[in-house]
Design a protein around this ligand. Structure first.
Ligand SMILES: *[C@@H]1O[C@H](CO)[C@@H](O)[C@H](O)[C@H]1NC(C)=O
Ligand SMILES: *[C@@H]1O[C@H](CO)[C@@H](O)[C@H](O)[C@H]1NC(C)=O
Ligand SMILES: *[C@@H]1O[C@H](CO)[C@@H](O)[C@H](O)[C@H]1NC(C)=O
Ligand SMILES: *[C@@H]1O[C@H](CO)[C@@H](O)[C@H](O)[C@H]1NC(C)=O
Ligand SMILES: *[C@@H]1O[C@H](CO)[C@@H](O)[C@H](O)[C@H]1NC(C)=O
Length: 538
């Protein structure tokens, strides 16, 4: 079969040779020798024998001689001839009239050499040298690019990060487990990890998983491989590494460490017993133990004083009115004001507002309430109720603790009375009594000072002379006509008269004028007013 194909190709080649177009750019030519058979003449040598005379006696003095002679002969010969021969250039093969480039698997003259290149490399159709595809190197392109390089001729540096390998052909980054992104520059997104970030994160309760290993980092308060377990009792926080601070059996929040106290305790570390009189969870319940019974802060159970019994210690061991060993002694307490008489000691527990061994003394001033222990808050002389401590204000004050003086115009208890002082008199907030302005007197300041007096309480005497009026408020004098001065003690100066001496006398032939009326004091012989006329002659 192969022989047959080869034979066919050979004969085909022979035919095509004749038809190649010398103008074809892929046709090459060379000189070729060839032999032709020719008939050629030549000088054919042959041995010619002849005889000469000689001294050879034995042969009768005749010697045989040889000589080379030539005659024309003919023979077949091969002659080498030369001719230009066309054929496809190396890297091309003949196909009909054309030279076609070698296919990628062949090279050389007639494309008869098989390519050695691997991994998709092209081979130079003329030389057979390999032109490697991106990602390969070596003379047969048999080797991948060195790590860290890629591309044609392995010339490009890989850009992948975090230990990623890079595809030698494309440069594509093949991320190491735990990384993602075009350049593997990112950690796996939350909730995933591992190769291609394809593994699901198993961490619960907000734990975050390591981007490579998937190992869980638990949030405060959680532990275990997948953070599913709360911190063991007595610990809390990050890695459950903190010790709970709660005392008295308080439980601590496994996340924050905040204490949840058991009944009977409070405080941020449950370090405090419930305040007196309270018990239970968060100390939110009120104790109900009587007669000084002690109340358990956790259960509220009452532990009674000697002499009492019952769940709330409200039962006396002695009958009412008796105390002491054998309950033989009478109680000394005033029954009106007493809550109880101690059955053992006979000590009296007084009603609020009462004190003393016998509960027959009301609270001392300034105290009130249970055992008269509470200080009164009432001010300004107010009374304090011995039981409730409420204030009864002194006159002139008001308010819860009697700190507010009465407003102007009011007075008395509760400031409930209205003042009745007139003419600018002020009123005492206590009893409403009036303090009159200067010039006024009387209970409600309605009476002006009697004439001749002035000032506060009309207690000053007027000093105005010559019938002048005196101001009741300041004692100043209003002079009558003809007088002048602070106390009107000066007569008008000559030539003036009237109120304030402000008028001028208008007299001729006169010795001045009357300071009050201005009537001229005519000289003898003159009359008239003004005295301009001579007296009529008599
Ligand atoms: C918790 O444990 C991890 C791993 O042991 C450690 O790296 C980290 O520092 C710890 N954190 C704390 C607050 O102890
Ligand atoms: C209180 O009672 C006792 C005994 O009965 C008596 O001695 C005392 O004077 C009384 N005190 C007052 C303030 O009444
Ligand atoms: C004062 O006011 C109180 C309460 O409003 C009242 O009970 C009391 O009787 C008043 N006192 C007088 C003297 O008006
Ligand atoms: C009023 O006057 C009298 C006597 O002059 C004097 O004793 C008294 O203190 C005065 N009163 C006032 C309030 O000034
Ligand atoms: C008198 O004099 C006083 C003070 O100078 C003045 O206030 C008053 O008006 C005068 N009276 C008359 C009538 O001029």
């Amino acid at each position: 079969m192969a022989l047959f194909v080869a034979g066919l190709a050979a004969s085909f080649l022979l035919q095509a040779t004749l038809a190649l177009n010398p103008e074809d750019p892929n046709v090459c030519s060379h000189w070729e020798s060839y032999a032709v058979t020719v008939q050629e003449s030549y000088a054919h040598p042959f041995d010619q024998i002849y005889y000469t005379r000689c001294t050879d006696i034995l042969n009768w003095f005749k010697c045989t001689r040889h000589r080379i002679s030539y005659k024309t002969a003919y023979r077949r010969g091969l002659r080498t001839m030369y001719r230009r021969r066309s054929q496809c250039c190396p890297g091309y093969y003949e196909n009909g009239d054309f030279c076609i480039r070698c296919d990628s698997d062949h090279w050389g003259p007639h494309c008869s050499n098989r390519c050695q290149c691997q991994n998709g490399a092209l081979c130079n159709p003329i030389t057979g040298a390999c032109v490697c595809a991106a990602g390969f190197r070596g003379w047969r392109c048999e080797e991948l690019c060195a790590p860290g390089t890629h591309g044609k001729g392995c010339q490009l540096p890989c850009q992948c990060r975090h230990g990623a390998s890079c595809d030698p052909r494309t440069g594509e980054c093949l991320c190491a487990p735990g990384y993602t992104g075009v350049y593997c520059e990112e950690l796996c997104p939350p909730g995933s990890h591992g190769a291609h970030c394809e593994l699901r994160c198993p961490c619960q309760n907000g734990g975050t998983c390591h981007h490579i290993t998937g190992e869980c980092a638990c949030p405060p308060g959680w532990t275990g491989a997948v953070c599913a377990q709360p911190c063991p009792p007595g610990t809390f926080g990050q890695n459950c590494s903190q010790d709970c601070p709660c005392h008295h059996g308080g439980q601590c929040d496994h996340v924050t460490g905040q204490c949840h106290c058991t009944a009977g305790y409070m405080g941020d570390r449950c370090q405090e017993e419930c305040p007196f009189g309270t018990f239970g969870f968060q100390c939110s319940q009120r104790c109900d133990c009587h007669n000084r019974g002690q109340c358990s802060p956790s259960t509220g159970a009452c532990e009674c004083e000697p002499g009492y019994k019952g769940p709330r210690c409200q039962e006396r061991l002695c009958p009412e009115g008796l105390h002491g060993p054998g309950c033989l002694l009478p109680c000394p307490c005033d029954p009106e004001n007493t809550i109880s008489c101690h059955p053992v000691t006979g000590a009296c527990t007084c009603q609020p507002g009462w004190s003393g061994h016998h509960c027959n003394e009301s609270c001392p001033a300034g105290y009130y309430g249970d055992g008269c222990q509470l200080p009164c808050t009432c001010q300004n002389g107010a009374d304090c109720h011995s039981v409730t401590g409420s204030c009864t204000c002194a006159p002139g004050f008001m308010g819860e603790v009697c700190a507010v003086p009465c407003a102007a115009g009011t007075y008395g208890p509760n400031c409930s009375s209205v003042c009745s002082c007139n003419n600018g008199g002020t009123c005492s907030p206590v009893d409403g009594s009036c303090t009159c302005r200067e010039g006024w007197q009387g209970v409600d300041c309605t009476l002006p000072c009697p004439s001749g007096t002035w000032g506060l309480n009309c207690n000053e005497s007027c000093a105005c002379a010559h019938g002048a009026a005196c101001s009741p408020s300041d004692g100043s004098c209003t002079c009558t006509p003809g007088w002048l001065g602070d106390t009107c003690e000066l007569p008008c100066p000559d030539g003036t008269f009237g109120l304030n001496c402000s008028e001028r006398c208008d007299c001729s032939h006169a010795d001045g004028c009357d300071p009050v009326t201005g009537h001229c004091c005519c000289l003898a012989g003159w009359t008239g007013n003004p005295s301009a006329l001579p007296l009529p002659r008599s």
